[in-house]
Ligand binder design. Structure first.
Ligand code: SF4
Ligand code: SF4
Length: 173
């Protein structure tokens, strides 16, 4: 059945369409004239600066000699509610270092970015940094190992931490 509509009745939608186009045009001209006030960014050329407290991708910190600060105490893995941290410990050749991780992995697709691993660590060996990007294809692994967590190119050789050095100095050890 074909319903024939009155022309005046079927043209009711024209004013809202014109008004929508006017609004779009108004916003476009405003954005072109006041680019700094735009709410959007030209990603990836422009990136948003998050607060230093932002909990992004994990970083394993390093000592001054570039070795991992982690002592493989397992506190972070125990605190992790998503059970996405896997650590294998080994004895260190240096007798002053009790043990160190030969394997430290985080399954980034299971992580809920709660920050409990960072809170649990007694030696500032794991931090959650400002990076949030995790690009990859479906065949890529999102299980990050020591190389990715401590020495990825964006960390420029590793993030050093002297927190427990300061503690040792304070207690004269
Ligand atoms: S941020 Fe939370 S879920 Fe992710 S590894 Fe740390 S403790 Fe586990
Ligand atoms: S990152 Fe910190 S809490 Fe986790 S195993 Fe290493 S030293 Fe322990």
């Amino acid at each position: 059945m074909i319903i024939e509509r009155d022309r005046a009745e079927s043209a009711w939608y024209l004013p809202p369409i014109v008004s929508g186009l006017m609004l779009t045009l108004h916003k476009m001209i405003k954005n072109l004239l006041h680019r700094k006030e735009m709410l959007t960014l030209n990603y990836p050329e422009e990136k948003f600066e998050y607060s230093p407290r932002f909990r992004g991708n994990h970083v394993l910190t390093v000592k001054k000699d570039g070795s991992l600060r982690c002592t493989a105490c397992m506190l972070c893995a125990t605190a992790c509610p998503a059970e996405c941290i896997t650590i294998e410990a080994s004895e260190h050749q240096d007798p002053s270092v009790e043990k160190y991780p030969i394997k430290y992995e985080i399954d980034m697709l299971r992580c809920v970015f709660c920050g409990l691993c960072e809170e649990a660590c007694p030696v500032d060996a794991i931090r959650m940094g400002p990076e949030w990007q995790r690009p990859g294809t479906p065949t890529d692994s999102f299980i990050y190992g020591i190389q990715e967590l401590a020495y990825r190119p964006s960390l420029k050789g590793g993030i050093t931490s002297d927190v427990d050095d300061q503690e040792r100095h304070r207690y004269g050890i």
